[in-house]
Structures are given as C-alpha cells and as structure tokens.
Design a protein around this ligand. Structure first.
Ligand SMILES: C[S@@+](CC[C@H](N)C(=O)[O-])C[C@H]1O[C@@H](n2cnc3c(N)ncnc32)[C@H](O)[C@@H]1O
Length: 300
C-alpha cells in the first residue's frame, strides 16, 4: 500500500469465505461475463482440443490450469480433450490455485462431469501462479506437452507483468497457452459495463472486504471510488477499471485512496500481438465474442 500498488488479487481469494463468495457471485444471473464465458467455451472447446491434438500428434498432454477456480471450465475442456485422445493417450490435469477450497470445488466439478476417468489423472497444486518456476519440478514429471490455461480474465485482474514473466519462465518450447480475457469496444460503453456485470462490482461486494478485514480495517462499500484509466496496463489500448478505497487505518497510520483492485479490459488485436511477442508464441486459434476473448497459442 505504501508503494501505491494494488493489493495483490490473490488476497481477494484468500479465505474459505472468499471462495464461497466468488462461487455465489458466479451463480448470479447478472454476472454475464462468467455465464457467457461458459457458453462460449462449450461451443469452442472441441475446436481447441482439435487444434491442440492435431498440432502435437495426438499424444498425451498435461493441462495446467492456472487459477482453476471452481473447475467448471476445466471440466468442459478436459471432456473435449479426452474425447479426441487416441486410445493409449492420457491427460494429466494440474489444477493450481492459491485457495485450497477452490481446488476441492474444481475436483468435485471434474468428478461430476461425464468423463472417461481411465484417461485422466489429477495432481492438485496449492500454489501461486506468479511463481511457476518453483512449480516446474512438479509438472516436469513427464515429457508430454503442457497446456497452460489461464481463464476468466485472471490475467486482467492480476499483475500482468508478474503473471507473464511467470509464464515466460514456466513454459517450454512446444507448450500451449490458452488465455481468456475481457475485451471491449473503444471507448468503453455502458453495454461493456453491463457485460462485466458483477466482475467490476465484485470488490464492492463483501469480497472486497476480505483483504481489508485481514488488515484490521473496517469496510464500507460507500467508500469505494471507481475510475476508468488508460495506460495502466502493459498492453497497449487497454482500459482499466480501478477501484480505490477512500481511507484505511492500520496501526495508527492512515492510507488514502488505496488501490483495492483493477480490471483490465483489452483491445483484442493489441492483446493478441502483445502476447505473441512477449511470450514468443504463435496463435493457433483466436475468438472474440460477447466481449470475451480466447487465445490459443503455441510456444516456438
Ligand atoms: C477470476 S477467478 C477464475 C477462475 C477460473 N479460471 C474461471 O475462469 O472460472 C481467479 C482464480 O484464480 C485464483 N488466483 C488468483 N490469483 C492467484 C495467484 N496469484 N495464484 C494462484 N491462484 C490465484 C483465485 O483463487 C481464483 O480461483
């Protein structure tokens, strides 16, 4: 807070309560981003699976889901991959999340999904996705290509530089990357805000209270300021919705205009160009519908 940086996003998801609040929010009909992204993934997952399996010769694969959340999207993706996999191939699924309760939810979602379980093995990792280098010894267990998925605008809610550096360190040549992101028209319109629904209201809901109460500060949603800014993201032409908390008192020290969180909303073309260059990947599949972008790329 002294540096003026945002409170790291992982602290919004830190506790059991945070996990349950996030899942409740996802079930709210006005959270259109989440609902639409599930619909879109159901439509597109077979194409993604076909692209991945045909470009790596239909071999066994490892799916490393960075910030797996409730695992519903992973279940959709795994189902398409498993359906298209050759008889002797299998998928090793690594759900990675900072929150252990989230991982339990993800494992439940996978177990509930009609999947050929003999083609699937799971190793859950409670860990920080911004330190993939330290998780490498776990997913280096075998030589199969990795698919790193980072879904749900998790990149756009986090420190982009930390996550992209982590991916840069964690990916090997021939690995795949699947990123979902929030996209909007230029300038931002009311419809864009509507699409985001509670995403952008999210930290104003009790979720926002989690890091504040952990710091011993009181929480009052009336003290939140929402500002739209340009040039905050490292990716050009991005708009950022920043949420500030008016005042926090910790051990007698007062902090003003604390950056509670920010949400980046990207220009789809700039996003694709930037990711290709920054991570040395080549796009295999790109889609942007209903304000939700999905980029599948492979590392050179
Ligand atoms: C916006 S939710 C997305 C969940 C899921 N990928 C989806 O699209 O439905 C972000 C998830 O990432 C996790 N997360 C956020 N920052 C993290 C970090 N630094 N390390 C590990 N997990 C993190 C949160 O706990 C949460 O489960």
């Amino acid at each position: 807070m002294r540096s003026g940086k945002s409170i790291p996003t992982k602290f919004l998801y830190w506790t059991d309560d945070a996990c349950h609040l996030w899942i409740e929010t996802c079930n709210e009909p006005e959270y259109r981003f989440y609902r639409d992204s599930l619909i879109q993934l159901k439509e597109i997952a077979p194409n993604i699976a076909t692209e991945v399996l045909s470009s790596c010769g239909n071999t066994s694969l490892d799916l490393i889901s960075l910030g797996c959340g409730d695992g519903k999207k992973d279940a959709i993706l795994l189902s398409s991959l498993v359906n298209l996999l050759k008889n002797d191939g299998n998928i090793l699924y690594y759900p990675v999340d900072i929150n252990a309760t989230m991982i339990v939810e993800a494992l439940r979602a996978i177990a509930r999904f009609p999947l050929e379980m003999n083609k699937l093995e799971t190793k859950a990792i409670i860990g920080d996705i911004s330190c993939l280098d330290s998780l490498k010894p776990i997913y280096e267990y075998r030589n199969s290509p990795n698919i790193f998925s980072i879904l749900g605008n998790t990149l756009g809610n986090n420190s982009e530089e930390e996550i992209l550096s982590s991916l840069d360190d964690g990916m090997f040549s021939g690995d795949f990357l699947l990123i979902e992101f929030s996209a909007a028209s230029d300038p931002l319109t009311y419809a864009d805000f509507e699409k985001l629904g509670t995403t952008f209201k999210y930290p104003i809901t009790p979720q926002g209270s989690i890091p504040l109460t952990a710091l011993g500060s009181s929480y009052d949603p009336e003290r939140i300021d929402i500002v739209i800014k340009k040039n905050i993201s490292i990716i050009p032409h991005t708009k950022t919705i920043v949420l500030y908390y008016e005042k926090i008192l910790i051990d007698g020290t007062e902090f003003r205009q604390v950056k509670l969180s920010s949400v980046h909303i990207y220009n789809e073309n700039s996003f694709q160009d930037f990711i290709e260059k920054r991570l040395d990947v080549k796009t295999l599949f790109f889609s942007c519908q209903r304000g939700i972008g999905l980029l599948l790329a492979r590392r050179n």
